[in-house]
Design a protein around this ligand. Structure first.
Ligand code: GEK
Length: 243
């Protein structure tokens, strides 16, 4: 496939009926382009995950990438922990994502790619768990239970990376950050039509938590240390460490 075929044009044509967003084969085919032009700081988020892997992954432990899409985070972790015996588990419930993830080069690492719902993934003996822009796709009422299971499945001193699109607690800040995110997408080459159609497709599929609610969820799940390590507009990434 040429570079041009990997360009995200999923919402470029005017659609008579904008359906709810799905992680379909069409989306999986252009996913790298879609996420890097939609999420400000996505390359830095991946870089940070590699850095955390360096600090937290311990010999004999497991690492989970939940909602792995094409496995970018897993690939970073694999490269960063090459010398350590560890089990890499990457999970996504979109068959098209897991299919492409399996095909992409891995530089010799072995990964357990699983096509399953992260709500069914058993988490045990984990030194690092990654939820990079995934929790936002679960129904809000089910988010805390997953965070609790992650906390319980982490070894003492283990860490969760939680990156999300959020809603800011203050209305004016939310409005401004929203405007800045839209402006970001335009500078990344998306048209007004693409932005509007994607917005309407994703509206009830990606439901951002209020930032204060998200932090509360991490605390309720039992994380003693919760640090905001990244923020750009309405995107955040927390590092939550189990005592
Ligand atoms: C990255 N982490 O590149 N079970 C399993 N997978 C799910 C579920 C679920 N219940 N719900 C959503 N997903 C990646 C990026 S993308 C973010 C994550 C985005 C999966 C879904 O299929 C998709 O692949 C991923 O979560 C979200 O570091 O597209 O904004």
């Amino acid at each position: 496939m040429s570079k041009d075929d990997r360009r995200d044009r999923v919402f470029a044509r005017r659609l008579s009926d904008v359906k709810a967003f799905e992680f379909s084969a069409d989306v999986a085919a252009v996913f790298e382009d879609m996420i890097s032009r939609s999420v400000p700081g996505y390359p830095l988020l991946l870089h940070l995950i590699g850095l955390y892997a360096d600090l937290f992954v311990t010999p004999g432990s497991r690492v989970y990438d939940l909602g792995c899409s094409l496995g970018d985070a897993t690939r970073r972790i694999a490269a960063q922990t090459r010398g350590i015996e560890r089990e890499l588990i990457a999970v996504d419930n979109a068959p098209a994502m897991i299919e492409r993830a399996r095909e992409l080069p891995l530089d010799g690492a072995s990964v357990d790619w699983r096509c399953e719902d992260i709500r069914d993934t058993e988490i045990v003996d984990a030194s690092l768990v990654v939820l990079n822009l995934t929790l936002q796709f679960l129904p809000p009422a089910e988010r805390e239970a997953l965070l609790q299971r992650i906390h319980d499945g982490l070894d003492a001193g283990g860490a969760l990376v939680l990156s999300e699109k959020i809603e800011l607690d203050h209305a004016l800040e939310q409005q401004r950050m929203n405007e800045l995110h839209l402006a970001f997408k335009k500078t990344m080459g998306y048209s007004d039509l693409e932005i509007a159609q994607k917005r309407s497709a994703i509206e009830n599929v990606l439901v951002p938590d209020l930032q204060s609610r998200l932090e509360e969820r991490l605390r309720h799940a039992g994380f003693g240390e919760v640090f905001l390590c990244f923020r750009c507009f309405n995107f955040v990434s927390y590092l939550a460490i189990k005592a």
